[in-house]
Design a binder for this molecule. Sequence first.
Ligand code: GTP
Ligand code: MG
Length: 200
Amino acid sequence: MKYHEVEFLTSSPKIEDCPISDLPEFVLAGRSNVGKSSLINALVNRKNAAYVGNTPGKTRFLNFFKVDNKYMLVDVPGYGFAHRSQKELVQFGEMMDGYFSNRKNLKALILIVDYRHKPTNDDVTMIDYARELHMNILVCATKKDKCKRSELAKLKKCISETLNVPLSNIIDFSSITKEGVDSLWDSIDNMLNNESNIDI
Ligand code: GTP
Ligand code: MG
């Protein structure tokens, strides 16, 4: 595994608070509680680089991690979290809209889905939005450790068909076993070097 130097920069509640940077940025988005922050921790090989919670809604703001002084990973709150107040929902919507529509250096969406479940309408909306913005897109199916081996092929096919993404562009992942860590780093590096422009 290649060593990556990862530095947590800041947690920003609004687009105006985001770090000024022209480094290419990769945003990790997905349903609440799907395992986005755990995936970041697995990637950077630390337990608490990003906050992980047993209850949905743990990540509240836009969290910036600088990698190798070359690019940023951004951990954002999950969508589809039912137990937010109306005011919080509005703030969440404004923060995400502000980020996606104003962040000039945003290069790619890493969409995290749960290996076990059919992606939701929110997931489809998210990926279609990224397509409209002509962002590179990568899909990571996490919590693979919770799946029965005999069901893997069927589950992955369902993810591929629902999101309209080729099977080969879906990374198998588990923050517990660390499966997928190397593939995800490689894919990020490839996108960065534009060796493969994964515009799916
Ligand atoms: P929000 O910040 O609320 O959007 O959640 P999140 O998507 O960041 O999820 P988080 O990483 O906080 O993880 C949610 C729960 O899932 C925690 O209890 C994790 O321990 C668990 N979890 C995350 N990834 C995995 C995984 O690969 N396998 C298993 N078995 N559990 C996982
Ligand atoms: Mg989180």
